[in-house]
Structures are given as C-alpha cells and as structure tokens.
Design a protein around this ligand. Structure first.
Ligand SMILES: C[S@@+](CC[C@H](N)C(=O)[O-])C[C@H]1O[C@@H](n2cnc3c(N)ncnc32)[C@H](O)[C@@H]1O
Length: 265
C-alpha cells in the first residue's frame, strides 16, 4: 500500500494529466455520454438519502465483529476484532463512488451484477437500488461481516441481492459456472496483483460486448497499479477510464480502436 505522501503525489499527477470533467475535447461519443449522463448527473436521487442514513448509523455502531482477514484490504484491516464503525469508515466505499456505481447501473441497466467484497453491503445496496429488477450477487469471505450486510439488506427491504459467503478462491468459479453471463462487475476485495488479475480473467470469460467491469483502488499500491495496467491493456478491453479511485473497463465491439482516458472525478 502506498503511503499518504505517495498517494497524494499520484493523485496530483493523475489530476494534472486527466481530462476535465465537462467532456471538452473528448471525441468518443460513448465516453462523452459517460461523462455527461453519468459522471456529471447531479440529480439528488431519493435512494442516496436512504443509503447515507444507513452509513451514518453504521459509522456510530460500536458492535465488535470477529473477522478473518482474507485479503489485502483497507488501511486498518489487519485486526481480528473490528467494530462496525471502524469497518464503515475504513472499508466501505464513500458515498460519491457508491452513487457513481448507482448511476452507471441506472444508465446501462445490467441484469446480472456481481460484486467481489460485500463488506457491510453499502455499495451492494446502491447497486441493488439502481435496478431492482437486476440480480445482484455479492461475495464476502467473512461470516460476521456478511451477517451484518444481510441485516442491512433486510432493513432496506432489498429483495434482489444474493450473498455468497466464502473465499473468492472457492466461490467465484462455481458461481460463474451457474450464470449465463456477467453484465456488470465491481471487484473490490483482496487488493493484490495476482488475485485481481485472476478475478478479472474469470469474469472476462463470462462477459460480453456490453459488460462493464469496475476495478477498485487502482492506484492504492504498486501491485494494484500493475494489475490495472494488465487489465486495461488486455486485447478484449476496448475502452478504459481511469477515475483514480476506481477504473472502468468496457468491451464494446463498436469501439474499433482501443481507447484509454483519465478523467477528473
Ligand atoms: C474493501 S471491502 C469491500 C467494500 C464494499 N465493496 C463497499 O464498497 O462497501 C473488501 C471486502 O472483501 C472481503 N475479502 C477480501 N479478500 C477476500 C477473499 N479472498 N475472499 C472473500 N472475501 C474477501 C473482505 O472481508 C472485505 O469485507
């Protein structure tokens, strides 16, 4: 994991290099639409309020969970006993990004959505609320964390989420074998190079031209940057967008020439 100083330098470099967030000078119609309809959609959807109120509750919940740490996770992730409030503040994606994924799902209307790394289920719930007719499947390795996520789904009355508990190494491939294809995937667990590439490769073999794959924390460590480089340069990826805290990969057949953008967000 990079130090705060290294991360700050990386962010400054990205910010200086990235295209502005208004879409000026972007000639790709698909990317222009991504910027104007998704990145810059400032609508205050009612579901945001619901989710951020749940986050607030979790951030002040002192309940201690006994967890097994399966991956290179967040900054304060090595202890065996963690409070819900600590997990909510260190491991859960901030609202800005949950809401971005919500808008992507609203725009692209994927039917089968896969998340690797449920944590407390906050981002999972954003994905679920964005398309209540979709099947959202989320994978989590820790029983105790998954138990809390399940409580959160119940409290929000979300009916379209399937939670699969176990190490991704044991759950991902058998799950993929039962699904027709993956339309949207968010890889947000076990931030190491080889596992990330392995998850990408597995999901890629169940993807199609309209699938969208989001990789989290692509500049979190040298290993994650290497994994991101590998994924975005893969021949089947037609378009990659670097948003610094996450990266988006598209496989669209109509994009004939491989494209890569860094966009401020
Ligand atoms: C960063 S958190 C996920 C945050 C969540 N996507 C969100 O935005 O709210 C990563 C989660 O992945 C789980 N995890 C990490 N490595 C794993 C593995 N190898 N198998 C299963 N779960 C794993 C951790 O237990 C942790 O809860």
């Amino acid at each position: 994991m990079y130090s705060r100083f290294q991360s700050a330098l990386k962010f400054i470099k990205y910010y200086n290099k990235a295209s502005n967030s208004r879409g000026h000078g972007i000639h790709s119609p698909f990317v222009f639409q991504f910027i104007t309809k998704i990145l810059n959609d400032k609508t205050k959807y009612a579901d945001y309020k619901k989710m951020e109120s749940l986050r607030k509750t979790l951030l002040s919940d002192p309940t201690i969970l006994s967890i097994k740490d399966l991956g290179a996770g967040s900054a304060a992730n090595n202890t065996k006993e963690r409070s819900i409030s600590s997990i909510a503040s260190h491991s859960v994606k901030p609202g800005k990004f949950g809401q971005l994924l919500f808008r992507m799902v609203k725009q692209y209307q994927p039917q089968t959505i896969l998340e690797l790394g449920t944590s407390l289920g906050v981002t999972t719930s954003y994905l679920s609320l964005a398309n209540p007719t979709a099947n959202v499947i989320s994978l989590e390795g820790s029983d105790a964390i998954a138990g809390q996520a399940k409580k959160n789904f119940d409290s929000l009355n979300l009916k379209n989420i399937r939670l699969v508990v176990g190490d991704f190494n044991d759950t991902l491939e058998p799950l993929l074998a039962t699904l027709p294809s993956i339309d949207f995937a968010f890889i947000d667990g076990n931030h190491r190079k080889e596992p990330t590439i392995k998850y990408f490769t597995s999901i890629l073999s169940h993807s199609h031209s309209s699938s969208v794959l989001i990789l989290d924390d692509i500049h979190w460590s040298a290993e994650m940057e290497e994994a991101w480089e590998y994924c975005r340069k893969h021949t089947e990826v037609r378009l990659s967008i670097d948003l610094f805290f996450m990266g988006a990969l598209f496989f669209r057949n109509e994009i004939l020439e491989k494209q890569h953008f860094s966009i401020r967000f």
